[in-house]
Design a protein around this ligand. Sequence first.
Ligand code: ADP
Ligand code: ZN
Length: 726
Amino acid sequence: MESIFLKNKLKEIFGYTDFRKNQEEILNYFLKRKDLLVIMPTGSGKSLCYQLPAAILPGMAIIISPLIALMKDQVDFLNSKNINSEFISSSLSKKNLLNIHDQIKSGQIKMLYIAPESFTKEDTINFLKTINISFIAIDEAHCISEWGHNFRPEYRKIRPSVDKIANIPIIALTATATPRVQRDIMQNLNIEKGGIFKSSFKRDNLYYEVRPKIDEKKYLIHFIKKNKNKAGIIYCHSRKTVEELSEFLNINEIKSAPYHAGLDVNIRSKNQEDFLKEEINIVVATIAFGMGIDKPDVRFVFHYDIPKSIEGYYQETGRAGRDNMPSKCIMFFSDKDASKLEKYNKDKPVSEKLNAKLLIDEVRNYSITPICRRNQLLYYFGETNIMQDKCNNCDNCINPTPIINSKNQAILILNTIKSLNQPFKEKYIAQIIYGDFNSKIQSHQHDKLSFYGKGKDFGNINYWKVLIRQLLFKNFIDRNDNYLLKINYNGINFLKNPFDLKLNETKDFTKINNLSEINKNKEKDEKLIYNEILYKLLIDLRKKVAKNNKIESYLVFSDSILEDMATYFPTTIDSLSRITNVGTSKAKKFGDKFIKEIQKFVDENDNIEPMHTILYKPDKANQKDRLYLIKQIDRKLDLEELAYSKNIQLEDLLKKIEEICYSGLKVNIDYYINNHLVKERQEEIYEYFHEAKSDNIDKAIKDLEYEYDEVEVRLMHIKFISEMAN
Ligand code: ADP
Ligand code: ZN
């Protein structure tokens, strides 16, 4: 078709002056009535690729879409453009359905949206046989593949149903497809002879970062306050987290609205509207939010919990920066969250469960791998050809981990893979090299391999996984559709003639354990979460206060509390006492001097505002939890039982109790201590803390020459802070 003709139609019907990238090409191809698969990122304008042909071609087009909620919007939009459209879903009344059938029969409808369940019904097929159908568009086509992140079994019945109706061209569209899913779609729809239009998944304007999920709330507040008036989405897994987090932000004077499928429809659409109209800047949402939303200037997307798959991650982060302006995508990663996700899947059928686990594993690997995030995404979506050395717009490029010469490690890895007579996954290979012993290794007798356990002295399983990944990206190893690894030609050559190989060291998230550690690893402009000058003044003050009270500094206020003070500048006892872990009693006991110091600092620095209204309120849930613990301890409940009932380790329970003590409350657990430690042993640990210069438990265990375990040391530490500091 003439390109002038298409452009005129584009203007006439949709009012757009120009085609976007790929659109015109796709239209030209499809208008020849040939099958095709379109893979383009969300928001790039896929819909137009079938809406325009539907308007031009004789007959009615059918659009199969899994999201009934979106059909109505689409239909309204098209009708407003004078393309007569309707949708059929199972929720339609018989009367309405017959009415639509009548309109279709009389040729009034140009586009019919339908859910796959309705489409594949016998009745529907028989009806459609009598209609002139121009083509069938299959939206969200990755739902066809069980390897995708959104498998919908009914999607696999589409092709047989189409065949029963007539010989009709098919256009399948999706925003995310790995090479494997892509093949699956084409095979299942039997459109392998058709064309593929795939636009790149590279989004240069998006900055990607993965942070350990530590002090995440504090970081969020800090980030959002720094990015005032910018729009952002924060994704969480559960509805509960969505509501809690949104409330938490609101308490901290950040206007936000929750969004999840459990909310009343009216509230939901109001929140969405408010976001689009910029009445609010922040939406806290489950992944139900964002589909069909077209807001070009979302400046940041947070994954508060880890995404379920890289596909999901890509799609959700893809909602940032559609206007091509720089935008940030930040994920909080914790291994605990990954395990939690796996648990959610435990009731699924075996194959689905396995696939879900694979997808989560990929997210895990993505998070811990210290190489360019953009490259990792490109690799995942099969675009190895456009990978560059570095993108310089992700945390790993900007803050690389140290480079190590990994020649020997690479030799060990490649030899191990080569020696196995069948391909295995990354994790399993890492386990062999590390010398892990599990039933799988046992049954394969891989503990008998000469390479077994040879890597133990270098690092843990994660260390090896990360190196294996990098060899994969450096193309020494091939990975098949089932994520199984095989050494390739390059790898064999390397073994023949090994050379120095620079790989990045593992990013050990577990080592980063407080905000100041994170601060050290931050980009320059975000370095100062707290005011360093004030922080130093407060450290000095703390020393004096400690000396006067004849106690150790950390018993006055911990480092992290001082950091908070230097972040939020509390100048009243009330606001000070609301900082996490500062209880009212502690604030009253030591706070006076500190708020005076802060006031002085604020007075001397015009650009600093004290915070009268408190900005970082602890969670309600956390407070409730503490209250509960205190009550149970008052009732002298066995601590082991208490830990068991809360489904945590005793050590973790003791940590929680320690925090309570730090906040200035006295907690008496003598009843438990006396039952578990004889007097002399109690005294030895207690004396130790009297002399000790820090509250580091690991150091205490070591200094006490490993005579005591963590539980014993923590028990006495609790007693000590409770009695000495509070
Ligand atoms: P996708 O389905 O790929 O996620 P959409 O089809 O919803 O994306 O398109 C995203 C937005 O881009 C829509 O608001 C659409 O109207 C707009 N759009 C599509 N094509 C063009 C074009 N050629 N010119 C201007 N805007 C366009
Ligand atoms: Zn990068």
